[in-house]
Design a protein around this ligand. Structure first.
Ligand code: MTE
Length: 321
């Protein structure tokens, strides 16, 4: 995500993700993995798995593929080495480098608000009844880069229904871990008003494409990708995919969301991928697929238009919601 910079240094489209830096990072990652000599990688590798989620490692690796796009899947080192996770720093390589700062075990998620069965569930209890599947989705960041990611997880609806939301549950609000007495490295700076918050309308949350991911590439989610569980909403900009979730709340009113609070003119609540609605500081018509050189056309609803357009009938899609 791009923090607004002073108007005297406007960001250009090329600044969004700088090609040269990206290739430097890739060679750094390769050195780390194949050379084994990188100090940063040494601290990054042990963070790839957490003890608690490890109990589910076999189920994650054996999850059947139920959906896929007909496009080249991004490499493991791209997906886990080029990240946005501001709690672990604002550079693309910070989250992998500082991944150890996050402790995803033990983990619990509190579900509250407009539902019959609120409560706090340990990760094991949350995951035990869930049927895991692999879904290969496009991911389009609002910064105009994209990837294709093989997530492993389950439909969010299958989890939400267990708490029996009532008729007042019009929205679902999510929060990421924030321990004021022991903040993550990035949370020591107020780049955002912590905790990271996101939200969906209830029909978006219940939509069959909306997923809670616990793995990627058949492995438990690495910390930098949002261990132990994170949201994936493939037709929305990537920032809606909140990581390392500790709280889910059913609400009657539209919840506040971090990027909307930080820059309401730039990041709307809905933030559906739309090539025709530009970000105020750059075009959204094209995107750079990580690992490719030429830009691709951005697809309406990130290519998921047939499945989700009906959710927004009556809304003016040219507006930056
Ligand atoms: N969740 C939290 N808690 N903190 C973040 O900074 N960044 C978001 C989203 N979820 C973010 C977050 C943004 S801007 C994007 S593009 C995606 O995570 C990136 O996911 P990835 O690093 O797995 O590609």
């Amino acid at each position: 995500m791009l923090i607004r910079v002073s108007p005297s240094h406007p960001l250009t489209d090329n600044d969004v993700t700088d090609e040269k830096l990206f290739h430097q990072r890739r060679s750094f990652i390769r050195q780390g993995i194949y050379g084994g000599a990188s100090l940063a990688m040494a601290s990054y590798l042990p963070a790839l798995a957490s003890a608690s989620i490890d109990r589910f490692a076999d189920r994650i690796s054996g999850a059947p593929t139920t959906m896929k796009v007909d496009e080249q899947v991004n490499k493991w080192e791209e997906i886990t080495g080029y990240n946005n996770y501001y709690e672990l720093g604002t550079s693309k390589d910070d989250p992998a480098r500082l991944a150890d700062a996050l402790q995803p075990d033990p983990w619990s998620v509190t579900v509250s608000g407009e539902c019959a069965k609120p409560g706090t569930l340990a990760l094991d209890d949350l995951l035990d009844p869930m049927k895991l599947e692999q879904r290969i989705y496009r991911m389009r960041c609002v910064e105009a880069w994209s990837m294709v990611v093989p997530w492993v997880g389950f439909p969010l609806a299958d989890l939400l229904k267990r708490f029996e939301p009532n008729g007042n549950a019009k929205y679902v609000a999510f929060e990421t871990l924030y321990d004021k007495s022991n903040p993550l490295p990035g949370q020591r700076r107020r780049v955002l008003d912590w905790p990271y918050r996101e939200g969906l309308r209830i029909d978006e949350a219940m939509h069959p494409l909306t997923m809670m991911a616990v793995g990627v590439y058949g492995k438990p989610l690495p910390n930098q990708n949002g261990a132990p569980l994170r949201l994936v909403v493939p037709w929305k900009y990537g920032f809606k995919g909140i990581k390392s979730i500790v709280s889910i709340r059913f609400t009657e009113k539209q919840p506040q969301t971090s990027w909307n609070m930080s820059a309401p003119g730039e990041y709307g609540f809905y933030s559906n991928v739309n090539p025709k609605v530009d970000h105020p500081r750059w075009s959204q018509a094209k995107e750079r697929r990580i690992g490719e050189f030429l830009r691709r056309d951005t697809l309406m609803f990130n290519g998921y238009e047939d499945q989700v357009a009906s959710l927004y009938s009556g809304m003016d899609l040219k507006k930056n919601y």
